[in-house]
Design a protein around this ligand. Structure first.
Ligand SMILES: Nc1ncnc2c1ncn2[C@@H]1O[C@H](COP(=O)(O)OP(=O)(O)OP(=O)(O)O)[C@@H](O)[C@H]1O
Ligand SMILES: O=c1ccn([C@@H]2O[C@H](COP(=O)(O)O)[C@@H](O)[C@H]2O)c(=O)[nH]1
Length: 243
């Protein structure tokens, strides 16, 4: 049976892009200049022979939890949240294809005529052929997050690392947006992150990555060049690993 692992010396990454990071200075939606910069950086990685899978959040548009707090049925709200991730994914695909990076959007929810259904084996083939694969619509199930989807897909495609691209420089002793004196960690184990109840990711995502021994690197996507450094130099942000 053919191996699903990348060729020797070739990296495969799962990049989780926060929906909120796509807003830039806006309070809702997408700032096209941010998408264009991310597309340029992803293109550089593909040119360096890195296989790239992407999961995008939907927090810039809708979150099920927030809609439920406003009175909506939670499952309907989560469906809206997952569809929001599809909108972000289509925008990212468009930006990547404008810089001539072949991109497939594979959805956990069937959306005939809009994007392809998720199929792990096809996804691996596309990535080996230098196409970027955007895994969209989260896990396809309500009550989950796109962080969990990123860990799930990262494990399925046997990524070398899961990169969480967000709006802060890494993992801190407390949320740096609320506690400006919080201290940044360069490295943490999963057990430390869980014990300290660090809110950078939800517990389901953390436990999934820990149980399957996948490292996560958290870094700031708003910093130009940080993605390249996080992948090629492994020097950006905070690394979370088992040991
Ligand atoms: N200990 C901590 N260290 C760093 N950031 C933290 C911590 N606790 C909470 N945070 C917050 O977590 C946020 C991460 O949110 P991010 O927007 O990346 O995730 P998301 O909710 O999964 O994505 P989306 O925006 O797509 O919904 C950071 O912006 C930061 O303010
Ligand atoms: O597997 C999933 C993933 C996401 N959702 C819903 O989508 C929104 C947006 O995702 P974020 O991770 O918050 O960016 C999320 O709030 C959920 O409502 C989901 O239901 N299932």
């Amino acid at each position: 049976m053919p191996s699903s692992a990348p060729e020797k010396n070739q990296k495969r990454i799962l990049l989780k892009l926060s929906g909120e990071a796509l807003m830039g200075a806006e309070s809702f939606g997408i700032d096209p200049s941010i998408l264009d910069r991310i597309a340029d950086e992803v293109k550089q990685l593909v040119e360096e022979d890195v296989q790239v899978g992407i999961v995008i959040g939907g927090g810039n548009l809708f979150r099920g939890e927030k809609l439920a707090a406003a009175g909506m049925n939670r499952v309907a709200g989560d469906h809206m949240g997952m569809l929001a991730t599809v909108m972000n994914s289509l925008a990212m695909q468009d930006a990547l294809e404008r810089v001539r990076v072949g991109t497939r959007v594979m959805s956990a929810i069937s959306l005939t005529g809009v994007c392809e259904d998720y199929d792990r084996r096809f996804a691996l083939r596309f990535m080996k052929n230098k196409q970027v694969v955007i895994f969209t619509a989260g896990t396809g199930n309500p009550f989950f997050t796109t962080d969990t989807a990123a860990c799930l897909r990262g494990i399925e495609i046997d990524a070398d690392v899961i990169l969480k691209a967000t709006k802060v420089d890494g993992v801190y002793s407390a949320d740096p947006k609320i506690y400006p004196d919080a201290v940044k960690y360069d490295h943490l184990t999963y057990n430390e992150a869980l014990e300290k109840e660090l809110g950078i990711m939800d517990l389901t995502a953390f436990c999934l990555a820990r149980d399957h021994k996948k490292n996560i690197r958290v870094f700031n996507m708003q910093k130009p060049g940080a993605l390249i450094k996080a992948v090629l130099d492994e020097s950006e942000g905070t690394l979370i690993s088992c040991e």
